[in-house]
Design a protein. Structure first.
Length: 153
């Protein structure tokens, strides 16, 4: 499942940077930046991009800042999504995704996109969101995690 999630993330960031001209990226609940993370993909597609990572774990935030030090286009903030006012103070960052991961029916997930325009193909299993030609089929044929990309109207 982790590889499906990372592949979806890569496709979504590439689409936003290359096809939509998005230059500002916000990764909420980021964890430690690893290979193929948002900043690498965004900056590869559009070197004038900037990326902000946010995580509420103090150790993760400290290590994230140390790993990303030296590139003014990338920053790592500590913040708790359950306290949007704290997020705003931590760098004018605000997120609507304020819930921990848990399995939810598609209709409940779709509510997170209310007020936004879903990009085609909409809210679909991760492996079905703009798959590349080289994407292997999922084992068992089903990916139980949905993903989508939306834009403000």
């Amino acid at each position: 499942m982790i590889t499906k999630n990372r592949a979806f993330l890569g496709r979504a960031v590439r689409y936003l940077a290359a096809e939509c001209g998005i230059r500002g990226f916000l990764d909420l609940g980021a964890g430690l930046p690893t290979q193929g993370n948002v900043h690498e993909i965004a900056l590869e597609e559009a070197p004038d991009s900037f990326v902000t990572y946010v995580d509420d774990d103090a150790v993760v935030a400290a290590h994230g800042r140390a790993l990303l030090e030296g590139d003014p286009r990338v920053r790592f903030l500590r913040g708790d999504l359950r306290r949007p006012e704290e997020m705003a103070r931590a760098g004018d960052v605000y997120g609507n995704a304020n819930a921990p991961f848990e399995a939810r029916p598609g209709a409940r997930i779709a509510r997170f996109f209310d007020g936004f325009d879903l990009v085609e193909p909409g809210l679909v299993p991760l492996n079905e969101w703009r798959p590349g030609d080289d994407a292997p089929p999922p084992r068992g044929g089903f990916v139980p995690v949905l993903g989508g990309v939306a834009r403000r109207p």
